[in-house]
Ligand binder design. Structure first.
Ligand SMILES: C[S@@+](CC[C@H](N)C(=O)[O-])C[C@H]1O[C@@H](n2cnc3c(N)ncnc32)[C@H](O)[C@@H]1O
Length: 224
């Protein structure tokens, strides 16, 4: 039976702070790459606001079909949807995208039961192949701010420490320690009309001017 398609919604859970931060980051980007499209809300949201190619993927065919249908209906020809596992998708894209391109990533691939947290492997793929990047990781714990929900995999929450370890271990293995910066929400209020607050972490490297802009904002907090 065909899946009933949901009405259009903004991306990034409809969190107005996060939408604004991502607009700032996407203004200077050459491409947006997302793992896990689900209904295509975030892919279409970005494609509707920024004149850059949007690449997204999902392991579930109905999710891919719905995203393709949504992008077509909204005449968003810049959305490229792949029916692929996230790691295979990233490897494929990294063979295609020019090395100097600034990519903004949205790592959001997870199953309903969070059987595996794929993000450390995705980060390893990105950090070992790209000299600069902006990476938004979804569903991460925000310490001291329990109003933000986060995912848990096999009893272990998605945390900054796991993210940082994946990034540093990869950089060390590849012999190139880059100036990695880590950021989390600096705000606490819920602004979405349809979704609870969701924790996130942003990783930036090789993008000095973006770092300076993020440092001047009250809605982002740098993590050590
Ligand atoms: C939270 S939803 C994505 C929501 C979407 N990014 C948005 O903002 O509108 C997570 C999606 O990840 C997909 N997924 C889970 N494991 C995956 C994997 N290994 N590779 C690609 N997609 C995966 C799921 O099928 C699901 O549709």
């Amino acid at each position: 039976m065909p899946r009933k398609h949901a009405p259009d919604r903004p991306g990034f859970h409809g969190d107005k702070y996060l939408m604004e931060i991502m607009d700032l980051l996407l203004r200077g980007a050459d491409a947006f790459v997302e793992t896990g499209c689900n209904r295509g809300f975030t892919a279409c949201h970005v494609a509707g606001r920024h004149d850059i190619p949007v690449y997204t993927c999902d392991v579930r065919k109905p999710a891919v079909d719905e995203t393709i249908e949504r992008a077509e209906r909204l005449s968003l020809g810049s959305v490229h949807t792949h029916h692929k596992d996230s790691l295979a998708f990233l490897q494929h894209l990294h063979d295609e995208l020019p090395t100097e391109a600034l990519v903004v990533y949205h790592l959001d691939a997870h199953g309903p039961r969070n059987e595996e947290w794929i993000v450390p492997k995705e980060l390893a793929e990105i950090v070992s192949t790209r000299g600069k990047a902006v990476i938004l990781v979804d569903d991460v714990q925000v310490p001291g701010k329990p109003q933000f929900q986060n995912n848990v995999c096999k009893g272990v929450p998605y945390t900054h420490d796991i993210i940082k370890e994946a990034v540093f271990e990869t950089a060390k293995k590849n012999g190139r320690m880059l100036p990695f910066r880590f950021w989390q929400p600096g705000y606490e209020d819920k602004t979405s009309w349809f979704h609870p607050l969701v924790g996130w972490e942003l990783i930036t490297y090789g993008v000095g001017s973006i770092t300076r802009q993020l440092r001047g904002r009250a809605d982002v907090a740098e993590r050590s």
